[in-house]
Design a protein around this ligand. Structure first.
Ligand code: NAD
Length: 358
């Protein structure tokens, strides 16, 4: 039995709808396994811009930092598109990641057997199911490197610098190897070491970290080949370890391979157990407030929180099994329903998951 404080950033669009459901699942898990989850609603994103004029108020940040974990719905939407870049709702995510020191982004790309037809890849390639975990470095590399404009030999030019320190590579590699130890014990590290010095450095540090994990099978792949291999033979991957920019691109590619964005969770972690957990999808303004959103990505996001922040593996397994059983029993929200199938609302889909949990 344990008590956990969870800061909930429901956010905008479908964020509040799906987060409401994952909270219900956590409450049920709490009652089955005797844990107390204390939820504190935190204002951030577009909702915060509307109410207090800034996307991440100081009090919201403080509540998140004082919690055991942060559960996020989604932020942003067309209403705030006219705001200057540094005031947009999405900046709340960057502010939270920075303040919480979240340098690792974990994004599973999972195909549930009941939905293998949803993948745009032929079933003979994708197989009946798929389970890849992408571990992306989140706070370094080209997105945070030196940048600017200057005059070059051919006129004005722009530049962004890819730079990685040994510390940054080592800690993200450890995250990937530790995750792989709980899975099939295979890591594929992705770089561009045939061209980039930072890629050669990345590869050498990853090899060094691997010495501490003799049970792990480590492979290296150039990013262009990895983009092809994800389509050609995705089953070869277990854990993919990569840089900020390559991870940004490959994780979206992997999400597309699964065929349903409404099913994918993600976690952002740092060196403590405090993490931020959010569905891969955005605020889906086109379906917001209509009970059409699939709550499963938020529910699986809650399962990741139990596993990675609270070390409640049995409870996380129970949620994942309940989701699998719900899908196997034919329950579908609009995004994953095929013609003729009954379409459930956001709440009804969660009701089914709760039944299977019970
Ligand atoms: P989106 O993920 O919100 O939507 C893309 C498509 O997927 C839409 O057709 C939507 O209806 C559908 N979809 C998404 N989630 C779904 C779900 N749970 N169930 C059923 N269908 C679902 O991406 P977008 O339209 O590019 O972005 C909308 C807003 O969200 C933008 O303002 C963007 O900046 C923001 N965004 C926020 C986050 C975040 O908060 N982490 C992530 C991505 C985008």
């Amino acid at each position: 039995m344990a008590d956990f404080k969870i800061a909930v950033v429901s956010g905008d669009g479908i964020g509040p709808e799906v987060t409401r459901e994952s909270r219900r699942v956590l409450e049920k898990i709490g009652s089955i396994y005797n844990h107390t989850f204390e939820f504190t609603e935190v204002l951030a994103g577009g909702a915060a811009l509307d109410q207090v004029g800034e996307c991440l108020p100081k009090s919201s940040l403080e509540t998140c930092l004082a919690s055991d974990s942060v559960l996020l719905g989604a932020v942003g939407g067309p209403k705030w598109e006219g705001y200057p870049g540094d005031q947009r709702p999405e900046m709340a995510l960057l502010g939270l990641r920075k303040a919480m020191g979240l340098f690792a982004n974990l994004r599973p790309a999972i195909i549930h057997p009941a939905l293998s037809d949803a993948s745009p890849i032929k079933t003979n390639i994708i197989g009946k199911s798929l389970d890849i975990l992408i571990v992306r470095e989140l706070t370094g590399g080209i997105y945070f490197g030196e940048r600017g404009r200057r005059m070059g030999a051919l006129g004005e030019e722009a530049y962004d610098v890819e730079a990685y320190s040994e510390t940054e590579i080592r800690r993200i590699a450890v995250t990937a190897f530790e995750a792989a130890m709980k899975r099939k014990k295979r890591v594929t590290s992705i770089d561009k070491s045939n061209v980039m010095e930072s890629g050669r450095f990345w590869r050498s540090i990853v090899k060094d970290v691997a010495k501490n994990y003799p049970e792990i099978e480590l492979n290296h792949m150039f990013v262009d080949n990895a983009a092809m291999q994800l389509i050609k033979s995705p089953q070869q991957f277990d854990v993919i370890l990569t840089t900020n920019m390559f991870g940004d691109i490959l994780s979206d590619e992997a999400a597309m391979i699964t065929g349903s964005i409404g099913l994918l969770p993600s976690a952002s972690l740092g060196s403590s157990t405090l993490g931020m957990y959010e569905p891969v999808h955005g605020s889906a303004p086109d379906i917001a407030g209509q009970q059409k959103a699939n709550p499963i990505s938020s529910i699986l996001t809650a399962a990741m929180m139990l596993r990675y922040s609270f070390a409640l593996n049995e409870e996380a397994d129970a949620i994942e099994r309940a989701v699998e059983d719900t899908l196997n029993s034919g329950c579908r929200t609009e995004d994953i329903a095929t013609e003729g199938e009954t379409v459930l609302t956001t709440k009804q889909m969660c009701d089914e998951v709760l039944k299977h949990l019970g």
